[in-house]
Design a protein around this ligand. Structure first.
Ligand SMILES: Nc1ncnc2c1ncn2[C@@H]1O[C@H](COP(=O)(O)OP(=O)(O)OP(=O)(O)O)[C@@H](O)[C@H]1O
Length: 274
């Protein structure tokens, strides 16, 4: 329609561009081609969501899929550091281009755009949410098989907007053993079901520590409840990730692409066959 003002609420025409009343999804860039979009969420911050996002992306990349990470955690962007990315993202009149990691994973993060990566992002919620939407709509994501979205933690305004704006094919919930015995995972599960997004798996991070001397497993943060909680919410796939100093060191050195471990292989199988 030539006189379209893109405000469907003030118009009754049933044209092809019409958005349903509650459809807030943002269109991707016209040159983007993304097959699957998986959100990685947590009920609260600091449980290892960015680490899990990185491990899943590396796992799918190792299986031969072109993989991307959209770092939607604008106030705590950890992805570039884990991959050792310090260069700035480039753009032209068409749009912005993600930065490629050493093994070919495409990454977009606020830290790839800031003048100085230690600059804090002191922005109000709508600006933060708008930035995430632009990472979806203004970045040219070419031929991506699997995109992982490192979601902002919690169930507040910004994660809600991201849930509504980016069409997620499914989510993975990351928790810690303490969180599993509280109600925080339940909140993340209910938010996903309100948004009609399937939950593909539940990961208990920092589940145990393996003593390097005697190989005994110690449940440092308490006994695991992942199986029981997955059952309670009807989540078929779950995994346990140990506390592993090598993982922390790999993130710190920007060498997460070299990680060794098969903890998430079963979940990667599910993503591959979904
Ligand atoms: N299983 C683990 N073993 C060792 N170190 C870990 C493990 N999980 C997370 N860490 C370390 O803990 C720190 C926090 O992890 P991460 O940044 O992934 O958390 P997050 O949930 O994304 O945090 P935020 O919500 O604040 O962004 C990182 O330094 C990471 O390397």
């Amino acid at each position: 329609m030539s006189d379209c003002n893109h405000n469907c609420e003030s118009c009754s025409s049933s044209c092809g561009d019409r958005k349903e009343k509650n459809d807030f999804t943002v269109q991707p860039h016209e040159l983007s081609n993304i097959k699957k979009v998986i959100g990685v969420v947590s009920g609260k911050g600091g449980v290892g969501k960015s680490l899990v996002t990185s491990l899943l992306a590396v796992s799918m990349n190792r299986r031969g899929y072109h993989t991307a990470i959209l770092d939607a955690d604008i106030t705590g962007p950890s992805i570039p550091k884990a991959f050792g990315l310090h260069e700035k993202a480039k753009g032209n009149e068409m749009g912005l281009f993600p930065v490629k990691s050493k093994t070919g994973i495409d990454v977009m993060s606020i830290n790839l755009l800031l003048g100085n990566e230690t600059d804090p992002v002191v922005w109000r919620g709508p600006i933060i949410a708008g930035t995430v939407k632009q990472f979806w709509s203004d970045v040219i994501w070419s031929d991506v098989d699997y995109m992982f979205v490192d979601m902002p933690p919690g169930t507040g305004d910004v994660p809600l907007t991201v849930f509504q704006s980016i069409p997620l094919d499914g989510i993975i919930i990351v928790t810690s053993p303490q969180e599993l015995v509280s109600m925080i995972v339940g909140k993340a599960v209910k938010m996903a079901s309100m948004m009609n997004v399937p939950i593909l798996g539940l990961i208990e991070n920092m589940s145990y520590f393996v003593c390097p001397d005697c190989n005994t497993q110690y449940p440092i943060f308490g006994e695991s409840h992942v199986e029981e909680v997955a059952g309670r919410y009807g989540i078929n796939a779950f995994a346990k990730l140990p506390i592993n100093p090598k993982l922390a060191a790999a993130c710190d050195k920007g060498m997460i692409e070299l990680f060794e471990g098969d903890w998430l292989d079963a979940l990667a199988d599910i993503l591959e066959n979904n």
